[in-house]
Design a protein around this ligand. Structure first.
Ligand code: NI
Length: 139
């Protein structure tokens, strides 16, 4: 870890009370750790907006594998962007439904484009892209 720097923050009483309530609800040990996480969240959002380097994500998809051609279609789309895919986990959730978790690494714009292609397929019941980071610019 890099050197720690202390700094003072002025805040309206009501805003601070709301922040402290949030900290308690989430289970943070102290305000510092909560503030560090908020800063990291903003930095990761900026990383996704700037699109100037590789980042990481996990895409969850739930779909019915009995839908004709769906499995083949989803596989074809993933092969088209194979260089973005680090790993895929496939779980047979129920007799009909599959959960797939696709771990992605690459430019944010390319990850979003792939996620949109998969998420908008009519056979996909639910899906979500978790936009995270490679972590290399965060302490
Ligand atoms: Ni399955």
């Amino acid at each position: 870890m890099t050197d720690l720097v202390r700094f003072g923050v002025s805040m309206d009483t009501e805003l601070l009370a709301a922040f402290d309530a949030l900290i308690r609800r989430k289970g943070y040990a102290n305000r510092s750790e909560a503030i560090r996480d908020l800063v990291r969240d903003v930095l990761i959002k900026t990383e996704w907006e700037s699109d100037d380097g590789p980042t990481a994500a996990a895409l969850c998809l739930v779909y019915d594998h009995h839908v004709p051609d769906l499995t083949e279609r989803l596989t074809r789309i993933q092969h088209d962007s194979g260089e973005l895919i680090v790993s895929t986990l496939h779980v047979h959730l129920t007799h009909r439904d599959c959960l797939e978790v696709i771990v992605l690494k690459g430019l944010p714009s390319r990850i979003r484009a792939l996620a949109d292609r998969l998420l908008t397929d009519r056979g996909v019941k639910h899906g979500q892209l978790v936009m995270t980071t490679t972590g290399q610019h965060l302490a």
